[in-house]
Design a binder for this molecule. Structure first.
Ligand code: AQP
Length: 363
């Protein structure tokens, strides 16, 4: 049985053929190898604890897409070096993020889950692409400007060339699609431009990766001012207990008009109500909105409801994570298997790239 049929058992033969034909056509156009399924690639940085922004903006999508695509998901530790983490903390974060990815439902039997630095071809390709990327293109990247402000004492070159490494991450696997949050769309546009430039200079090599938009492209942080981030101390952690979350929610901003419980509010301007949009049923949301407008429902009660609903999602993830943590050898085996498959695919690409750009001995 083909991998396509085996993995997508429930899908009809026609649908399977559609995927295969689409992927073959893309591969033929790009001059790459024939593949039975279209491919996606995405990554997450081990820069701290995963939060509900990462979960809603990325992981939910990954779990959905792994059934439809040949999926490559990476814990991008080389990117995390741009924040100069403590070495032990980085090693720990790599494992914790991998655990979070798996506990959220990514299935290593379906998707290739691996650590970026276990595949040295990422840095090799990044250098080739660096030499093709105009300085002006990187100067326009807003994430570089944001991060430079956020870490003014460590504005390193890696932070500046981050989108080039990200492009290498994607094209190394000749990915057709890339699921990302809104914050990464500018980088994706740069990746597409780089692919066009490479194909123009050296001949058709890579497919142009398309963005797969998430249903939660930008989840705001608890400060209500910037997007939820691992490194901004404004997150609701994916592994937090209900008590820990409630502790954070108590201090979180709501509608500024609601200074007292008797003040009437506007749910649409409340950051907490925006989280209800992801975790609360429509009927309960309607009740909360009415209670807020009429001042029948206080902010603390609204936060308690959110905490309960969050726990419905976080509780099972926390349990699966605890189980994975108790079996470190199993996690090592999953990551070793993922790295081995990723390296094999990456090397196929690099053989082609080296030959096209004039490195090594021509076959
Ligand atoms: N707040 C968010 N809302 C929606 N999606 C988000 N993502 C991150 N934050 C949000 C998505 O999660 C994936 C992995 O992100 P990342 O770890 O590679 O880098 P990031 O976007 O820089 O995430 P953080 O949490 O903000 O990390 P730090 O603080 O280290 O910079 C991506 O698909 C991203 O879109």
């Amino acid at each position: 049985m083909s991998r396509c049929a085996a993995q997508k058992g429930a899908l009809s033969a026609n649908r399977c053929a559609w995927w295969r034909d689409g992927a073959l056509a893309t591969a033929a156009r790009a001059g790459s190898d024939a593949r039975p399924m279209a491919r996606i690639m995405s990554g997450v940085q081990p820069t701290g604890n995963l939060h509900i922004g990462n979960y809603l903006g990325a992981l939910v999508n990954w779990v959905r897409l792994q059934a439809e695509y040949d999926a490559f998901f990476s814990i991008v530790d080389l990117h995390a070096l741009t924040q100069r983490p403590d070495p032990e903390a980085l090693r720990r974060a790599v494992r914790e993020v991998a655990i979070g990815v798996l506990a959220s439902g990514v299935d290593p039997e379906r998707a290739t889950v691996f650590v970026q630095s276990h595949v040295p071809q990422h840095t090799e390709l990044a250098w080739v692409l660096t030499c093709l990327t105009p300085l002006g293109d990187l100067n326009r990247m807003t994430q570089f400007k944001d991060k430079s402000q956020h870490q003014p004492d460590n504005v390193n070159t890696g932070l500046f060339t981050y989108p080039v490494l990200q492009t290498a991450d994607i094209v190394l696997y000749r990915a057709d699609r890339v699921p990302v949050g809104e914050d990464q769309e500018q980088h994706l546009e740069l990746a597409r431009e780089t692919v066009r430039r490479f194909n123009h200079v050296y001949g058709e090599t890579f497919p142009e990766p398309q963005v797969v938009k998430s249903n939660a492209p930008r989840v705001m942080g608890l400060d209500g001012e910037s997007k939820m981030s691992k490194s901004r101390n404004n997150e609701i952690g994916l592994f937090e207990t209900a008590d820990e979350t409630m502790q954070k929610l108590r201090g979180a901003k709501t509608d500024p008009a609601r200074l007292r419980k008797t003040d009437k509010g506007t749910p649409e301007v409340c950051n907490i109500f925006s989280y209800h949009g992801f975790f609360t049923s429509e009927s309960q949301r309607a009740e909360i909105a009415a209670g807020c407008r009429s001042a029948q429902l206080g902010c603390v009660d609204c936060k308690k409801m959110l905490c309960q609903n969050l726990e419905q999602v976080k509780g099972p993830i926390r349990e699966r994570a605890a189980e994975l943590r108790s079996k470190p050898a199993e996690l090592d085996a999953i990551l070793a298997h993922g790295a081995s498959r990723a390296r094999a695919e990456a090397e196929k690409t690099m053989e082609m790239v080296r030959s096209r750009v004039g490195l090594g001995v021509r076959a």
